[in-house]
Structure formats: C-alpha cells, structure tokens
Design a binder for this molecule. Structure first.
Ligand code: XMP
Length: 323
C-alpha cells in the first residue's frame, strides 16, 4: 500500500541509486519543498550532500537564524550559509522597477551559488554532479512535464542556476502534492516550523517594498511584518490563511497625528489571502479584533509607520504579492 512512510523510503532508495557515490548540492530557500527534498537526499547520501542557503538580507525578522537552526538540528545535513546582504543591497540600490529587482536578485543568487560551488570543491578534482530541487507534481504539470520548472517558479533561486554548470537534476518530490510533501517532511523529522511554513517568495522582502530597497526600509518592514505575524499566530490563524504579505509603501507618505504631534509617515498594507494553490486567491476576511491589534501595535511600535491598510482585492485581478 501507498503510505507516507513508504513514499519516503522509496524516494530515499531511488535517490541513492541515482546519485551513486557522487556529490550533490541543494539550494535551500527556507521553504518546505527544498527542505523536504534536502532531507530525503541527506538520508540517501549523507555528507556527500551540501545544502546552500543564501542569506540575502531580504528575509524576515530572525528568519535566517531560525531556518538554519531548525534545518541543521532536524537533518544533520551539511549546510553552507552564504552571507550576501551587502552584495544584494548594493546591487539593488536605486532600483524601483519590480521586474528589474527580480532580475537583479536572480542574478545575485547565481553568483552566490557559483562561489559556494567553488568553496565546496576546494582543491578536490571531484565534481558536484547533481542538483537537488524541490519540484512538485503541480510544477511538472504546469510546465508541460518538461524541465520541471514552472513559470510561477521561474524567479526562484534554483531556477536561476547557470545552465553551463551541467548538473543532473534530483527531484524526489516530482510525484507529490504539497500536503504529501508536508507529511513526508514530518515523517523525516522536520519540525512544524519548516513543514507548516506558509509560502514566502525567493526575492523576499525585496518585492514587498514599493520603491527602492534599502537597509533602513527593510528594517522598518521587518518590524511591522514581525508584529503582524505574531498576532496572526496568537489568533490561531496560521493554518486558515494561505499567507499574508505585509507591504511597505516606502514612496508614499501621509499626514497623521500621534500624541500632540503631527506625523508624516509611511503606510503598510496587509495582504491576507486564502488559496488552494496560489494560482487564484481570495482576500481573507480577517476578524476585526485581529486587524485592530495589528494596526494598533504597528503604529505604536514602528515610529516610521502611521497608517495600516488592508488589501481587499482577489487574484485575479490582483496578484498575491504587490510586485
Ligand atoms: P503572485 O504574486 O504571483 O504569487 O500571486 C503567487 C505565489 O508565488 C509566490 N511568489 C514567489 N515565490 N519566487 C518564489 O519562490 C518568486 O519570485 C515569487 N513571486 C511570488 C507568492 O508569495 C505566492 O505564494
């Protein structure tokens, strides 16, 4: 019979046969798919797998540390952290166009992987022959069963790997749906923190700041986003809501009043959605008391933000992210 337990065993065995005694590399995005794929391959080939996690400075508050810790503890896999905040922010300086931002972020990811590969190999004359990807069944279907990467994921860090690296792909989740991937992840001992994680885009907060991306603006957004996420978790809404981007309208200011004084700050937008697969989405009817707590806390605790708004547009016509 077809159970989650033997799906995992079966995939581990298949990966073992595919890779043999070669080396593999896996780009961890922090998301559930790449983490589960990595966990399967780690069980199959042990320390001949190196996972690479690029910290581009566009992650949410405490996120990189939490992902690193949770992943290391639960898989024991070799994990290489590439600290590339400066490179990413320098490359993004002065850029406001969303597509331009995405291209720059994709390009910087490529550079990080190239550097990581060189470091992993050191002086050895071995090659990293295999690349692990967390491609799911819906991705395969959307791409017509071809290369295994869909349009939605074309911006993803893995999708941006240079073609001339000539890796053979290892895709142990190719036949699975998201809920099965989560079940396999739990079976392999990954914590809920990873397995139940809501989707978060590869370009991170870089596409949630409308206007130029700077360190200061990222810090403001990180604070607001952390408050929103904390209140959503406290209200027990994490499983009901597909995801809730918080977007900083960094190029917009509005007049407000706080204490005795006039303020001239920035708005943030809450973008809570429900969805089955992110192809379409409905705006989520958040409880008023939860919205109230988020609004009060953000405007009290983040001095640069003086207005909190809620996006009530479905997809279509709006996309989930603002950029
Ligand atoms: P949109 O904004 O197109 O987003 O409605 C659909 C889903 O995809 C996520 N998303 C991305 N994920 N790299 C990713 O890995 C990206 O560049 C990217 N852009 C959007 C988004 O968060 C939502 O879940």
């Amino acid at each position: 019979t077809w159970t989650i337990g033997n799906i995992a065993e079966d995939q581990i065995e298949r990966v073992r046969q595919q890779i043999g005694d070669h080396r593999a590399i896996c780009a961890l995005s922090g998301g559930v798919d790449s983490a589960v794929a990595a966990a399967i391959v780690a069980k199959a080939i042990g320390d001949r797998l190196t996972c690479v996690y690029v910290d581009h400075g566009l992650m949410r508050k405490n996120e990189s540390v939490a992902i690193e810790k949770a992943f290391r503890e639960s898989t024991g896999a070799e994990l290489k952290i590439v600290d590339a905040e400066k490179e990413f922010l320098d490359a993004l300086a002065g850029v406001t166009d969303p597509e331009e931002k995405r291209k720059i972020i994709g390009r910087e990811f490529i550079r990080c992987f190239e550097r990581a590969e060189v470091e992993i190999l050191g002086d050895s004359d071995e090659k990293v022959a295999f690349l692990v990807q967390g491609t799911l069944y819906p991705d395969v279907v959307e791409s017509g069963g071809g290369a295994g990467t869909s349009n939605i994921k074309s911006h993803h860090n893995v999708g941006g790997l240079p073609e001339d690296l000539e890796f053979e792909l290892v895709e142990p989740l190719r036949e699975l749906f998201k809920d099965e991937v989560r079940a396999v992840g739990s079976q392999l001992g990954l914590p809920d923190e990873i397995v139940q994680r809501q989707p978060f885009p590869g370009p991170g907060l870089g596409i949630r700041i409308i206007g130029e991306v700077t360190k200061d603006r990222l810090d403001i957004l990180r604070e607001a986003d952390a408050i929103a996420r904390e209140e959503m978790t406290k209200a027990g809404l994490d499983r009901d809501i597909w995801q809730m981007p918080v977007v900083l309208l960094a190029d917009v200011r509005s007049v407000g009043v706080q204490g005795d004084g006039r303020t001239y700050g920035h708005p943030v937008v809450l973008r809570p959605v429900t969805s089955e697969d992110a192809m379409t989405a409905d705006w989520a009817r958040l409880p008023y008391d939860v919205m109230e707590r988020i609004s009060t806390r953000i405007t009290n605790e983040v001095s640069e933000i003086n207005r909190v708004t809620v996006d009530i547009t479905s997809k279509p016509p709006g996309t989930i992210e603002w950029e």
